[in-house]
Design a protein around this ligand. Sequence first.
Ligand code: TYD
Length: 134
Amino acid sequence: MMYKLYDFPVHGDHSGKLVALEKGADFPFEIRRVYYIWGTDKDVVRGRHAHRKLEQMIICLSGSCDFILDNGTKRETVHLNNPAQGLYIRHNIWREFTNFSPDCVVMVLASEPYDEADYIKKYSNFKELARGGG
Ligand code: TYD
């Protein structure tokens, strides 16, 4: 499985919309870190790495962007533009994200604290790992 899209339950009426994410009920992992990204120019490419262990749920809270996912064998692009949808990515998936709308805000919920050692930053190393070489 390269990724999974979650459709979160939306509480909505005339006063607006709300999504609540609770441990267990909606979530495949325990959240240990939250970060968010905004103010990125359209053509910037972020990411360009994989993780050894980290699981993430990526939610585009405002605007839109594209996630390009690669499992070492195939590549897929997922367009995110819905704050009620979560893109779940496990470890060992190379990701790049780009095509940011001016109002794009991306929130990432992560299974582990920040750890530089968890990053695989060289595509050739990622390919080797994906092939089962380490
Ligand atoms: P980086 O992971 O390279 O961002 P992206 O994958 O979105 O392109 O992180 C950018 C910078 O922010 C880098 O200096 C590391 C720092 N950072 C933290 O300090 N904590 C974090 O949780 C994250 C995700 C990044």
